[in-house]
Design a protein. Structure first.
Length: 451
């Protein structure tokens, strides 16, 4: 416990302001959640004790959600399992380290190990299921009502849970449903290997047509062409059908809250037209190179909290870009100022930006470091400087070889943060291309072109 101004100390549930003030106090991992008897309150936290105020669950701050319990942050991500037993061991260690939010997904093809890791972690710490926040995601192939039910029941069985705290539509696209027994890689599907992690081929249907591009087909099973990719309604499954199946799961108590991932304002507007239950979060790619201020503002006006993946820019998938980000002088400077690592600064930045960060490591030491973000705050000036890193650079625009990006709006052509007068076009590979470009055709005299 940390002493208050009066010299007394608080041994119970502590609070932290997400808008940038320092920690009032911390509490050891314990179930005792009584009210603090100390009457001293820091003025900076009084000022932030409105929408941006969260309490600590264990040692972690949490975000209030429109439905269900508060979401602890940072969350522990489970994408990419390279070897048998790796995810089980990592999830167990994450819970022991203090994580209370586990983020998983049907398509990751490792939910059974995640469930085993959760059970191991609960047994090792004496915690109960209700002490852990579990997020699941429904993949693109399971968008019809009957397939949503199938996917959810399978996820619950694999995770060993009676319910999920949050269930998300993973992407706005819908693909043709392919039964597991019918999946034939390189015939009607592909078997992705992502940096050594294998995912189930039935989640990646591909309808082959000679030498033409591969297409996953829409939810109605049609093949798709370059002019009609079929992954959106009317060929793809309508959001209304999927969302109503999600709402039914809420009504039955199988999930506590429902939301979306990778949705743009246009996608969200379609759901809001028919929704009975609130969209309780939108999980998006979020790091200093992709800050999405307009989407943040839109979701704020709709009361939709944001969860961010790729907080550290996925070093295992984007090693060069992640290294570039981690070496940004402003991040290195902030880290040195607070005696923290750059990843810790990135996680703290996300929290102060009002986004629940997701992080992943299989190293127990780094797991511990990544949750030690409650004992410092990034100054307002440094937050402004970090905002200038935004490049609208997206590393995950099309889900798993789908034929069209979900992000067909302003993210494709955006101003470069360092020079707003020089827009850039996002390219399929490599960095964005600034425009206009300078041509070099025709040199009339020696040295002219060089100059």
């Amino acid at each position: 416990a940390l002493p208050h101004a009066s010299g007394s100390s608080c041994q119970v549930r502590a609070r932290i302001c997400l808008v940038g003030c320092a920690v009032v106090g911390r509490t050891p991992l314990a179930r005792s959640m009584g009210q603090c008897s100390c009457k001293d309150t820091h003025s900076s936290c009084k000022e932030g004790a409105q929408d941006g105020f969260a309490t600590l669950i264990g040692d972690l701050p949490s975000m209030k959600m429109p439905r269900g319990k508060a979401m602890p942050m940072p969350g522990y991500g489970t994408f990419l399992t390279r070897t048998a037993g790796e995810t089980r061991a990592a999830v167990k260690e994450a819970i022991i380290a203090g994580y209370r939010h586990i983020d998983c997904a049907q398509v990751y093809t490792n939910e059974q190990e995640v469930g085993q890791g959760i059970a191991d972690g609960l047994a090792a710490t004496g915690l109960r299921r209700e002490d852990i926040y579990i997020t699941g995601k429904c993949w693109n192939t399971h968008r019809k009502a009957e397939h949503v039910k199938m996917a959810l029941n399978e996820s619950l069985a694999n995770l060993g849970c009676a319910y999920l705290d949050m269930y998300l539509i993973h992407w706005p696209q819908s693909y043709k449903y392919l039964p597991r027994a019918d999946a034939k890689p390189d015939v009607n599907c592909v078997a992705p290997d992502v940096n050594g992690a294998a995912m189930a081929p039935e989640y990646f249907p591909m309808l082959f047509h000679g030498k033409s591009p591969k297409h996953p087909g829409g939810g109605d099973g049609k093949a798709g062409t370059m002019s009609n990719d079929c992954v959106y309604a009317p060929n793809g499954v309508a959001f209304s059908e999927t969302w109503q199946a999600f709402e039914e799961a809420v009504d039955k108590g199988l999930v506590k809250a429902i939301g979306v991932a990778n949705f743009t304002p246009a996608h969200i507007d379609e759901i809001l037209k028919i929704a009975r239950h609130p969209i309780s979060c939108n999980q998006i790619e979020h790091h200093p190179y992709l800050q999405q201020p307009k989407l943040k503002e839109y979701c704020k006006t709709k009361g939709i909290p944001l969860v961010g993946y790729a907080t550290l820019l996925n070093p295992s998938l984007q090693d060069e870009k992640a290294a570039e980000l981690w070496e940004e002088p402003i991040l290195v400077s902030i880290a040195a100022k607070h005696s923290k690592s750059v990843p810790q600064v990135l996680i703290r930045w996300a929290i102060q930006a009002g986004v629940v960060p997701l992080v992943k490591s299989v190293s127990p030491d780094r797991m511990q470091q990544n949750i030690q973000v409650c004992d410092f705050a990034i100054s307002a000036d440094d937050m402004v400087a970090l905002a200038k890193l935004d490049r609208c650079w997206r590393h995950n625009s099309v889900p798993s070889r789908g034929v069209v990006s979900a992000f067909v709006d302003e993210d494709l052509v955006a101003a470069v943060a360092q020079d707003a007068s020089a827009p850039a076009t996002k390219m399929p590979r490599g960095k964005a291309m600034p425009m206009p470009g300078y041509g070099t055709f025709l040199s009339r005299t020696a040295g002219e072109t060089r100059a």
